[in-house]
Design a protein around this ligand. Structure first.
Ligand SMILES: *[C@@H]1O[C@H](CO)[C@@H](O)[C@H](O)[C@H]1NC(C)=O
Ligand SMILES: *[C@@H]1O[C@H](CO)[C@@H](O)[C@H](O)[C@H]1NC(C)=O
Ligand SMILES: *[C@@H]1O[C@H](CO)[C@@H](O)[C@H](O)[C@H]1NC(C)=O
Ligand SMILES: *[C@@H]1O[C@H](CO)[C@@H](O)[C@H](O)[C@H]1NC(C)=O
Ligand SMILES: *[C@@H]1O[C@H](CO)[C@@H](O)[C@H](O)[C@H]1NC(C)=O
Ligand SMILES: *[C@@H]1O[C@H](CO)[C@@H](O)[C@H](O)[C@H]1NC(C)=O
Ligand SMILES: *[C@@H]1O[C@H](CO)[C@@H](O)[C@H](O)[C@H]1NC(C)=O
Length: 332
């Protein structure tokens, strides 16, 4: 039953190897995981992450196609339409997969040079319930000589002036004109319902505020897979060669949806390190007992190291006075 001094210490060393306690990663490297984990800033919007990327500070493999931002101007831009219209990114709410955009061409005019509807790419985005349309009519024939409250005028590149009308759900049709057939173009621009309902037609600032605030969109960029990936400790991304979602993991591997077999092992706390040191001293004292019958068995060593510190008792103290102990140590 008695253990040799050597095997006693050997078992202790095996159990207490750093990898068993510290779980050090073998090769630290800058991988997709490290790169994609870093949030980035675009214009005034901070802490952006998947599915957004800009192709510069954050590579395309950290985002999802269709979510590239243009961060070169003070107002961050994104294309959410089926054509090339520009939209300003106004705010992002990652927890609800929602963000708000405003049309860049309506930022400081009601009369953009090219008239186009808001044509959202519904494969990636959808309107939020809180959106409401502002409808704008252009190049209209005046229906009466008296100008209406919801009337505005536009001057084109040839200096020709034409009349337009603006209509929203809340404008009283008895006080405002709804010109249907007399206008050559009709455009709708969504805005947040709260802002639309606050539009005072005689106060242009309230209309511009509604256009600047923009409207809400919800995104669909493999949201479910990304949630599973992050839940397993990974970071979401996109494999450009397979055109599929990818989950980058702290083990420097990538997976289809989640980090396989990876469980987040925490680094030891100071208290844990001190406890390990105390155990080592205690077990060492038991191991170097000169009387072999006082030495613990291998299974007892394992038990002592894996058990609670409080359950360890001090060995008999006569060991240091024993004459033969130093020569025995040297024999190791
Ligand atoms: C670390 O990254 C570099 C470039 O990204 C790569 O060439 C190298 O093989 C990587 N090393 C390891 C150990 O992964
Ligand atoms: C605005 O109007 C267009 C055309 O009628 C419609 O397709 C779109 O869903 C409307 N947008 C909102 C937010 O109601
Ligand atoms: C606009 O102005 C040009 C000349 O500047 C004229 O030829 C044209 O007919 C005008 N268009 C309309 C719709 O009034
Ligand atoms: C339009 O009017 C402005 C000033 O009223 C003038 O400077 C400009 O040359 C005009 N443009 C055209 C195309 O007539
Ligand atoms: C914009 O959409 C509305 C509703 O679908 C349509 O009636 C209108 O013709 C469109 N306008 C343009 C310029 O395409
Ligand atoms: C709308 O704006 C005008 C001018 O700014 C102001 O006199 C009026 O009281 C406002 N109406 C409402 C309902 O706030
Ligand atoms: C993307 O997919 C290809 C083909 O399956 C694979 O070889 C490559 O390693 C993947 N990229 C990443 C970053 O995992």
């Amino acid at each position: 039953m008695a253990t040799s001094l050597f095997s006693c210490l050997y078992v202790m060393l095996i159990i207490l190897t750093p990898s068993n306690y510290f779980h050090l990663s073998s090769a630290a490297n800058t991988t997709e995981y490290e790169i994609c984990r870093k949030p980035f800033q675009c214009g005034f919007i901070k802490d952006l992450s998947y599915p957004f990327y800009d192709g510069q500070n954050r590579p395309a493999y950290c985002g999802y196609p269709g979510f590239q931002l243009d961060c070169s101007k003070p107002k961050p831009q994104i294309s959410v339409g089926t054509s090339s219209e520009k939209y300003y990114l106004r705010a992002v709410s990652p927890s609800t997969y929602a963000f708000s955009v405003s049309r860049a061409d309506y930022w400081d005019t009601l009369c953009p040079s090219i008239l186009s509807n808001t044509s959202i790419d519904f494969s990636l985005f959808n309107y939020e319930d809180v959106d409401l349309n502002i409808t704008l009519y252009y190049r209209c024939s005046p229906t009466s000589s008296k100008s209406a409250m919801n009337q505005f005028s536009c001057t084109d590149m040839d200096n020709n002036t034409s009349i337009g009308y603006l209509m929203t759900k809340n404008l009283d049709p008895r006080l405002n004109i709804i010109p249907q057939k007399t206008c050559k173009a009709k455009i709708f621009v969504p805005a947040f319902q709260s802002a639309v309902l606050g539009i005072n037609i005689t106060d242009g600032a309230s209309l511009m505020a509604a256009l600047h605030n923009g409207f809400g969109l919800r995104w669909a960029a493999e949201n479910e897979l990304c949630s599973i990936c992050r839940g397993s400790g990974g970071e979401c991304g996109y494999n450009i060669s397979t055109s599929k979602f990818i989950c980058y993991c702290p083990d420097y591997q990538s997976y289809g949806s989640k980090c396989n077999g990876y469980n987040q092992k925490k680094m030891p706390t100071i208290a844990k390190i001190i406890e390990i040191q105390r155990k080592m001293i205690m077990v060492s004292l038991w191991c170097i007992q000169t009387n072999p019958f006082n030495r613990p068995t291998i299974s007892r060593v394992v038990e002592m190291l894996e058990g609670k510190l409080e359950s360890l008792s001090c060995p008999p103290i006569q060991l240091l006075q024993y004459p033969g102990w130093s020569s025995q140590t040297l024999q190791l």
